[in-house]
Design a protein around this ligand. Structure first.
Ligand SMILES: Cc1cc2nc3c(=O)[nH]c(=O)nc-3n(C[C@H](O)[C@H](O)[C@H](O)COP(=O)(O)OP(=O)(O)OC[C@H]3O[C@@H](n4cnc5c(N)ncnc54)[C@H](O)[C@@H]3O)c2cc1C
Ligand code: SF4
Length: 509
């Protein structure tokens, strides 16, 4: 008999562990562990989503005839981590081996590879996670043969490999990327679909009560919980997205609208990341909608690029560069994260809205994460460790392999430009152009150095001035520096002095 350990982000029936095991002889192990639920203070909705999805998954495997040993969350249990848990099972029934699909997280994978076998005194069979389009080795090979690692080139390679939106050797429509037609501000007319609501069963309700009782000191609200927790619900979510949202996904991908928490985004990331949906079925569905003329090419291509391109590229960078990646701090950022990241209590309307969405829904869409919250942390030089911990804890889809390169690389440029070719730094003008937040804001987006000027404006110029030497060899930054150089020395000094003052009272902004 072998044990097969299934982790909380491996909830797919196609997971390699299940394919390798024999239902009639082997036993599946699953556990809601104190160590995993508390190593950062995860948002209560994220914990509820994973525990409930795990319980539903175990129930469904049991119905198919698998033997399951499941440990529900209990702080008094002796087994607080994976090794204790497997050890306790081995004491009940010895086994010939432990089978596990590789972990998505470096910390855990290292432990599995290096110490588990000696701690548990049985062979560990580690299987490749084949739920991705590109394996770690394939990415490594591509990385070693490319002069520079850029998502766009990697994405084209995967378009060739998978055949998505390909016409022989050429991209359908003649271009690889249709972003020129995307990324518009919302026209205030196209109606934004309501979020799909899911029915709650007893498993969900029990888990929600458990999370309310056990994780009161974690940031974020549980009462708005509205995530799919079963494979069927995740498929409904995919179908709803394809039917109602994909059509405008590309066009409004970057749009920000007051009180519209989801816009035309899919909300599928948590399901992709914990295994309820596969990236292939999601890309297939988007491509099919294009083939059936239900959505235009710009939106189908834009959406597929996020999953086939960005998601796979980000994973590749994580495994290529860890563990040193998380220690990088190329811009030497070291300031503290202000308290409003845990309350949304700020006069900056854009920040208030995006942090509110994060706390209420364990969600913010990409541009809220990148160009509002992330931009603010970049411009203020907030310590990468603090920013990373916040992002890892707050979003329902946050798993380190995908969160870290996005936060550390794309937002903070702490990796010196591995993920992004230039920093996503922007003044209030960008937020004003893409949103209606500025209309209701205490601050004035049109000015830079008045008492009520939009903080993003002076912070933006200060960021450029502060890192001039670092970015001097980056051709993509030269335009920005030309604009800075057009300002008189007096104006430049007034901006820098204004930022000194702003940063002293960052908690009051
Ligand atoms: C600072 C920051 C932190 C992020 N942290 C996470 C995270 O912890 N987990 C996570 O899954 N995504 C993360 N992302 C990427 C992206 O913002 C989210 O995947 C997306 O907002 C999730 O919402 P959605 O499912 O509605 O996505 P949609 O906008 O509908 O996009 C479709 C899918 O594309 C994929 N995708 C899009 N962009 C990226 C990207 N940059 N990296 C990886 N996948 C991408 C996701 O699987 C997503 O579900 C982060 C981005 C930033 C800028
Ligand atoms: S004025 Fe500045 S702080 Fe206020 S919403 Fe606009 S960009 Fe944000």
């Amino acid at each position: 008999m072998r044990y097969g350990l299934i982790l909380g982000d491996q909830l797919s029936e196609q997971i390699a562990t299940l394919k390798a095991l024999d239902k009639d002889q082997d036993i599946i192990l699953m556990a809601e562990l104190v160590e995993e639920a508390t190593y950062v203070k995860h948002h209560p909705q994220k914990i509820a989503l994973i525990f409930s999805a795990m319980r539903h998954f175990a129930k469904s495997l049991k119905a198919q005839g698998w033997k399951i040993r499941y440990q529900a969350f209990d702080r008094t249990q002796a087994a607080q981590g994976f090794v204790d848990f497997v050890q306790a099972q081995l004491e009940k029934n010895s086994a010939d081996a432990l089978v596990i699909t590789e972990s998505g997280e470096f910390r855990l994978q290292q432990a599995i590879e290096t110490t588990w076998s000696s701690q548990l005194q049985i062979p560990i069979h580690i299987l490749r996670d084949d739920r991705f389009f590109c394996s770690k080795n394939e990415f490594k090979q591509w990385g070693s043969s490319s002069r520079i690692l850029r998502m766009e080139f990697f994405y084209r390679k995967l378009r060739h490999k998978t055949g998505y939106l390909m016409d022989g050797n050429k991209p359908v429509g003649g271009k690889w990327n249709y972003d020129i037609e995307n990324r518009q501000a919302w026209n205030a007319q196209d109606s934004i679909p309501l979020a799909l609501e899911f029915d709650r069963d007893q498993i969900d309700l029990d888990v929600i009560e458990l999370v309310k009782a056990e994780f009161q000191d974690h940031i974020g609200q549980i009462n708005h919980f509205n995530w799919a927790t079963t494979r069927q619900q995740a498929l409904q979510a995919l179908d709803y997205f394809i039917q109602h949202q994909l059509i405008h996904f590309g066009q409004y991908q970057d749009a920000l609208v007051h009180n519209q928490d989801y816009m035309f985004h899919s909300l599928l990331a948590p399901y992709l990341n914990c295994g309820l949906l596969s990236p292939k079925e999601v890309c297939d569905a988007a491509q099919q909608a294009y083939f059936e003329d239900r959505v235009p090419l710009n939106t189908a291509e834009g959406f597929i690029r996020q999953i086939l391109g960005w998601r796979e590229f980000i994973r590749g960078i994580y495994w290529l560069k860890m563990p040193s990646y998380s220690e990088l701090n190329e811009l030497q950022a070291d300031r503290e994260l202000p308290a409003y990241f845990w309350t949304a209590n700020t006069k900056m309307e854009c920040m208030r809205e995006c942090i509110r969405n994060s706390l209420e829904n364990a969600y913010a869409h990409h541009i809220q994460r990148l160009m509002v919250i992330g931009n603010f942390t970049l411009l203020n030089g907030i310590s990468p460790k603090q920013v990373n911990d916040w992002y890892l804890s707050v979003y329902a889809d946050a798993f380190e392999w995908v969160q870290l390169p996005n936060t550390h690389g794309m937002v903070l440029f702490a990796d010196g430009g591995l993920v992004a070719s230039k920093p996503y730094a922007a003044s209030g003008n960008y937020i004003h152009k893409m949103s209606n937040y500025c209309q209701n804001c205490h601050y004035n987006v049109k000015t830079k150095t008045e008492q009520d000027s939009c903080p993003f404006n002076s912070l933006y110029w200060n960021f450029l001035a502060k890192h001039r030497i670092f970015f001097s060899s980056n051709p993509r930054m030269s335009m920005m520096y030309k604009q800075w150089d057009k300002l008189s020395l007096d104006d430049q000094n007034t901006i820098l002095t204004h930022v000194d003052d702003l940063q002293k009272r960052i908690e009051e902004l």
